[in-house]
Design a protein around this ligand. Structure first.
Ligand SMILES: NC(=O)c1ccc[n+]([C@@H]2O[C@H](COP(=O)([O-])OP(=O)(O)OC[C@H]3O[C@@H](n4cnc5c(N)ncnc54)[C@H](O)[C@@H]3O)[C@@H](O)[C@H]2O)c1
Ligand SMILES: O=C(O)C(=O)C[C@@H](O)[C@H](O)[C@H](O)COP(=O)(O)O
Ligand SMILES: [Zn+2]
Length: 365
């Protein structure tokens, strides 16, 4: 059965969650479309070719641009390569891009679509858990620069999102587990039932095809859709989706993107929880629940203790920073997110001490 969750943004679109959704692509492209460019990494080459043949059979010009894997795709050079492909094939404003892959691919595809001719259609076809529950939904697009993570980008909503759960069958286990960090995030910021489902059946949560994983995907997309529909451009409420990301992005940048995004966000949520506790906002019980649920899934909750200056420098470039003031999303309780603005530097280092270990986390993520 296909589940449909609607997002209201600069236009209204649906996230379809189910299986065998390829047939849903053509209606999303629009009647006036002539050309489609599929952006996909090598891991999705077979699926991309099947999609291209389907589009050709439907009378469209269809192209594939193979993009580098994972974070390597999110660069100005790769975006420029894609613009070159679009230019060579004469893509117009009535043509479309499909982002097929994980969050790195959908972030790039969204950014290329947002910038080509100042904006053409993009349809997102996420194939990782993380992209299904988060990256492909909501219209945040972006690439990295030498100075930091996601520093260049735009808000450009997709025409639709096709989340085919059967694609998760081939996803490496560590990528599936990393995606669960964003699911847990949705549980802590908005939907505690997500946490209960994981606590009751952590193995099911990590098993493609399970009913519990399907429910986790639906609930997480519902959280994201609700938030984005209220605040597309992150004027205020949308910041809650950044829970755990200030410290998490700093880890990713410090580690030169060798850490998966979800793994870094996992540690980032524990950091944010400790910060809230030290600031007198959050109980020890809820902090302990962070560690417990993340560790139950095999996600990391610690980070090496010798990186503070680099982490702090990276955190200053977070998009929530205003002037010299760092701002964090923290919790007052489960499902009660708030902001901590300009915390005392001693609190920041004290929270780091709570997640710091002698060596890099021993969890292989
Ligand atoms: N725009 C947003 O709102 C948003 C939200 C969350 C995360 N993100 C971004 O998403 C990125 C992380 O996304 P991710 O975790 O999906 O990582 P990813 O895109 O790097 O994909 C992880 C790996 O899985 C492979 N893969 C993808 N689908 C597969 C499949 N079905 N079978 C086998 N292999 C497959 C990819 O080739 C890659 O090696 C980060 O760049 C993060 O910043 C963006
Ligand atoms: O959709 C959002 O808003 C989010 O913050 C979701 C995050 O999970 C995601 O990683 C996002 O790309 C981070 O955004 P950024 O603005 O901190 O770059
Ligand atoms: Zn994220």
């Amino acid at each position: 059965m296909t589940r449909r969750i609607t997002v209201t943004a600069e236009h209204t679109y649906d996230v379809l969650i189910g299986s065998s959704l390829l047939g849903e692509l053509a209606p999303l492209l629009g009647g006036d479309v002539r050309r489609v460019l599929i952006l996909a990494p090598h891991a999705l080459a077979t699926t991309a070719e099947a999609m291209r043949e389907d589009l050709l059979a439907g009378g469209l010009e269809a192209y594939i641009a193979e993009v580098p894997d994972a974070e390597e795709a999110k660069t100005a050079q790769v975006a420029a390569f894609c613009w070159g492909v679009l230019g060579q094939a004469d893509f117009t404003r009535s043509d479309a891009i499909v982002g097929l892959g994980g969050g790195a691919t959908t972030d790039l595809a969204g950014f290329v679509a947002a910038t080509w001719l100042r904006g053409i259609r993009v349809i997102q076809v996420p194939t990782t858990l993380l992209a299904m529950v988060d990256a492909a939904v909501g219209g945040k697009t972006g690439i990295n620069t030498a100075e930091g993570k996601n520093l260049v980008g735009s808000f450009h909503s997709p025409r639709g999102v096709l989340a085919d759960l059967s694609t998760l069958e081939t996803l490496p286990r560590h990528d599936l587990v990393a995606g669960l960090a964003e699911v847990v995030k949705c549980g802590f910021i908005a939907d505690p039932e997500i946490l209960t489902l994981i606590e009751n059946d952590p193995d099911g949560a990590r098993t493609p095809g399970s009913a519990v994983l399907a429910e986790l995907v639906e609930r997480s997309v519902a959280v994201k859709a609700s938030v984005v529909s209220q605040d597309l451009r992150e004027a205020s409420l949308r910041e809650i989706l950044n829970y755990g990301h200030t410290f998490g992005h700093a880890i990713e940048f410090t580690e030169r993107f060798s850490w998966r995004h979800g793994a870094a966000v996992s540690v980032g949520m524990v950091y944010a929880a400790e910060l809230a506790r030290l600031a007198g906002r959050l109980s020890e019980d809820v902090v302990a629940r962070h560690r417990a649920v993340l560790e139950l899934l095999g996600l990391p909750t610690t980070y090496r203790g010798d990186r503070w200056p680099r982490l702090l420098e990276a955190m200053r470039r977070d998009k929530k920073t205003r002037g010299d003031m760092l701002r964090f999303v923290v919790l007052e309780d489960v499902a009660r997110p708030t902001r901590l603005e300009g915390p005392d530097p001693t609190l920041l280092t004290a929270a780091y001490a709570e997640v710091a270990v002698d060596q890099a986390s021993s969890i292989d993520l």
